[in-house]
Design a protein around this ligand. Structure first.
Ligand SMILES: Cc1ncc(COP(=O)(O)O)c(C=O)c1O
Length: 457
């Protein structure tokens, strides 16, 4: 039986619970909570009481619900994540990597990989994606790049990459997975931004269908679920033991999982897989197509249309830089974007993005483009940048909690960074803790009087 159905049944059973949670399914609710959340969420908030199964070792309704997901997604196993894709990445790394083992990581990864490196104590080899100067973004990782590194480093165990990239660019996962298989390397794909792909093929093809071993998707990002709901998958042909993933998830998951969140995940997936959900996705797809067409009709507005997920709208307006456009949108039009780089601005859409919302954005962009709005913002042009492969002296796990010391700029070269530096451009880490500081890094930290480095004593 599904979690939702069981909850409905249980509420009619009149069972007397002397268990947590202490609000007793909404008998007492703080007025502020009642006002903001309503009663229903409390009525559905249970502990792992009679029949509610156990997320750490599911044998009943949770098992059945996750098996339903595995069928819907065509996977060997699927897991609910109650702490976002972040927890998916950490669990994937803990399940596949041991201390000192080498992991190849595409540098345009999310901070969750860094957390996974700290916890797994694995050693990172970084792969730099190519930079697209025109749009200020990183290109997808290419299979040849992966092969080149794997050929030279036969002891790499796992390759971690993001697909789609934050801006929606899609890599050739099939070819990359073939390369990984040839070298006996496990492929983990962070698909946080691809939660609609299983249900709308024109947005993208799920990596798990193309040979990835482990993937996860944030259902809150594009699929309409509450923060921070996500789902994790193991590919049908993967050698990964689902129990190893479950064990890793148990290490980092609360022992009081939220049933309202689990029900929300179940309802979201059920909806996406339903006819009504399909209709909603078709509407979204059509609205985005209309939006893109309208943008293309405007000579001074450009939208990125390469091999990308069209729900991520990457836009440039006339001669404005990304930060200039972003500031005008925010200050003059009350519009907030997801992020900007030196060239373009990213707008995220998802299942809840209505035609009305898109039309408002279109109108605003057209107005900015035609009004020639005078700028009161700073010119954020940062010019060219150069970064080469990081020199990792200590892995993030080795360096974590080590003593640091503040050092002046002029003494930084050859010291080991204890700080993370991420600048736009290029929008990926320039320095991470444990990496050796070189001359090329200094322009990125020139505004800091002192910088934290490893205390050598
Ligand atoms: C590429 C990528 N991966 C992972 C995450 C983490 O996702 P979550 O917020 O679901 O933990 C994010 C969040 O912004 C992301 O952009």
């Amino acid at each position: 039986m599904s979690i939702i159905k069981y909850s409905e049944k249980f509420k009619n059973s009149n069972r007397l619970l002397f268990t947590t949670p202490s609000h007793s399914q909404g008998e007492i609710i703080a007025p502020g909570s009642m006002k903001m959340l309503g009663k229903t969420v409390f009525e559905n908030d249970f502990s792992e009481v009679d029949g509610f199964d156990n997320l750490a070792n599911p044998e009943g309704i949770i098992k059945e619900t996750e098996e339903k997901f595995a069928q819907i997604y065509g996977t060997r196993a699927s897991f609910m994540l109650l702490n976002g894709s972040t927890s998916g990445m950490i669990a994937a790394m803990l399940a596949t990597l041991r201390k000192y083992e080498k992991v190849l990581v595409a540098r345009n990864c999310h901070i969750s990989v860094f957390k996974g490196l700290v916890l797994s104590r694995a050693f990172p080899i970084w792969l730099l994606p190519k930079y697209n100067k025109e749009w200020g973004i990183f290109e997808p990782i290419e299979p040849e790049q992966v092969e080149e590194v794997l050929k030279k480093n036969r002891d790499i165990k796992v390759f971690i990459m993001t697909n789609p990239t934050y801006e929606g660019l899609r890599a050739d996962i099939f070819k990359i997975s073939q390369v990984c298989k040839r070298y006996g390397v496990i492929l983990i794909v962070d698909e946080a931004h691809g939660a609609l792909w299983n249900f709308e093929g024109s947005f993208g093809v799920p990596s798990v269908n193309l040979g990835a071993d482990i993937t996860f998707q944030s259902l809150h990002k594009t699929a309409g679920a509450l923060n921070p709901s996500a789902i994790m998958h193991i590919g049908r042909s993967s050698v990964i033991d689902p129990q190893a993933v479950r064990n890793a998830l148990n290490l980092i998951t609360t022992t009081s999982p939220s049933y309202p969140l689990m029900m929300n995940i179940e309802a979201t997936v059920d909806f996406l897989a339903s006819g009504e959900g399909q209709r909603q996705l078709t509407t979204l797809k059509n609205n985005i197509t209309d939006f893109i067409r309208a943008i293309k009709d405007s000579p001074s507005i450009m939208i990125y249309t390469g091999n990308n997920d069209p729900t991520k709208l990457l836009i440039r307006v006339a001669s404005l830089s990304g930060p200039e456009l972003s500031e005008i949108l925010s200050e003059k039009f009350n519009v907030e974007d997801e992020l900007s780089n030196d060239k373009s601005v990213l707008f995220l859409t998802g299942i809840g993005t209505t035609k009305k919302k898109l039309n408002r954005l279109l109108k605003v962009l057209k107005q900015i483009a035609s009004d020639n709005i005078t700028l009161t913002v700073h010119n954020n042009e940062q010019g060219d940048f150069k970064i080469s492969e990081p020199r990792v002296k200590y892995s993030p796990g080795e360096i974590f909690n080590k003593k640091s010391v503040e050092v002046e700029q002029k003494y930084l070269i050859a010291r080991v960074s204890m700080e993370t530096v991420i600048n736009y451009p290029p929008g990926i880490p320039i320095l991470l803790p444990g990496e050796v500081i070189r001359k090329e890094h200094l322009p990125f930290i020139k505004d800091k009087e002192t910088f934290k480095v490893l205390d050598n004593v």
